[in-house]
Design a binder for this molecule. Structure first.
Ligand SMILES: *Cc1c(COP(=O)(O)O)cnc(C)c1O
Length: 423
């Protein structure tokens, strides 16, 4: 054990990691493009974009320069009563790519806070109008973050059990698969028809944490149309799916119905700095446009709209909207599709699917497909030993690379997967 990892072990509590874990965290000294460079001289392919945030590669020079320039000019300023160019430019950039009905941007620090803001906006939207609607509908398997509001609208299980008494009630509809759509629709309708539903929150087209589960755009449109009929606020949690992940800039771009509120984070800064944003349509903002101080949205964070984070996001936006980036995403999408066709019928595979730059492979298993599935650790170490970082969700292997991964680097990941399946 190196000195660094000893100190780490003594002092630091890592996310989603048991304090009794015997694994030593790997010390990363630098990173470049798709590679993480470790203290012991290894070069590891980041096949999961460092928890889905990195889109343009590590230590991206364009983003790094923007950060450095901004840090020398204005590092931070209170965002109530004051403003700055990086946030203003970012608002214009975001509104230029978000669905056209979005009007206002509220900044926060991460995906969970972007979701908290969305829920609070939706609840206060009704409160401000004196309408008594309190129910929330979410989809079984959902993951919306780790704060209390976002846990409340997410799948309940080992992650949330200790907090169960403190979470508000949510009506969960089943995950829409090809064979249960009418059933799920009638579940949705039953709750919606009570007239008491404040909001419907969903991860559009793909549930990330549930195991990269992909579902039908057409069916989601059907739910959104019904929700609109029943005057339910629709919240698209695009924290994972945003900024090109699914092949289009937002997953909502595959749908004909537009959400009232959209949450973004993860890829927003290209993976360089934490930042979240919640966008809303005119209708939502209108309920807050009043001189009545009791109807103000009283929410904020110390680092709201941090200029350095906004500068990173603007630099990332320039890269995202470039021809080169579009080409890269399209290339990865078709490489994924080709690989899915190639391995789909492998005897060890239950399903293999892809959407944009997301590839997910569900292995056959006798165990229930939970996060604690025992194959998880084995798969993780198999690939890590080959200098590829993949972090399976239970028995689901997924590949989610930064868009700058080359054809050859991606082929190296596929080859490792084929070797894994063949052993
Ligand atoms: C990761 C994620 C979140 C939470 O974001 P954090 O930045 O980790 O708090 C919320 N929603 C979805 C869909 C996510 O994938």
């Amino acid at each position: 054990m190196t000195n660094l990892s000893e100190i780490d072990k003594k002092n630091i509590w890592h996310p989603f990691t048991s304090l009794a874990s015997e694994d030593n965290p790997i010390v990363v000294t630098s990173a470049s493009g798709v590679y993480l460079h470790t203290e012991d001289g290894r070069k590891i392919i980041d096949g999961v974009s460092s928890w889905w945030v990195n889109i343009h590669g590590h230590a991206n020079a364009h983003i790094a320069k923007a950060i450095s320039r901004q840090a020398m000019e204005l590092e931070h300023v209170i965002f109530a009563g004051f403003t700055h160019r990086p946030a203003i430019t970012l608002s214009e950039n975001l509104l230029s790519i978000l669905p056209s009905n979005q009007r206002k941007i509220f900044f926060s620090d991460n995906g969970s806070t972007a979701v908290e803001v969305a829920l609070k906006m939706a609840f206060q939207y009704w409160y401000n109008q004196g309408v008594n609607k309190k129910k929330v509908i979410a989809i079984q398997g959902a993951y919306h973050g780790d704060t209390f509001g976002s846990m409340s609208v997410g799948e309940r299980g080992i992650f949330t059990d200790p907090f169960a008494p403190y979470l508000f009630e949510t009506a969960f509809i089943d995950f829409p698969a090809d064979d249960n759509e009418d059933h799920v629709f009638s579940q949705f309708k039953t709750v919606a028809d009570t007239g008491e539903v404040a909001a419907f929150i969903y991860e559009p087209l793909v549930q990330g944490a549930a195991g990269m589960r992909i579902y039908s755009a057409k069916f989601l449109d059907r739910l959104l149309a019904y929700a609109a009929d029943k005057d339910i606020v629709c919240i698209a949690d695009e924290v994972f799916t945003g900024f090109g992940r699914t092949g289009k800039i937002f997953a909502s771009d595959y749908l004909s119905k537009k959400p009232d509120i959209i949450c973004v984070s993860k890829g927003i800064t290209g993976g360089a700095l934490p930042l979240g944003a919640t966008a809303c349509a005119e209708k939502i903002a209108a309920a807050f446009l009043t001189q009545d101080a009791t109807k103000t949205f009283f929410h904020g964070h110390s680092y709201t709209a941090n200029p350095i984070a906004c500068a990173a996001a603007n630099a990332s936006f320039e890269l995202l909207t470039s021809e080169e980036c579009r080409t890269n995403i399209a290339r990865i999408s078709s490489q994924h599709q080709y690989f899915v066709k190639k391995i789909r019928s492998h005897t060890r595979i239950k399903t293999a699917r892809s959407l944009g730059s997301i590839l997910s492979i569900e292995l056959k298993t006798d165990e229930s497909t939970s996060y604690l599935n025992s194959s998880r650790k084995k798969i993780y170490h198999y690939f890590l030993d080959r200098n590829i970082l993949l972090r399976p969700l239970g028995n689901i292997i997924y590949v989610l690379p930064p868009y700058i991964i080359t054809t050859e680097q991606l082929d190296e990941v596929y080859m490792a997967i084929e070797d894994f399946l063949g052993q």
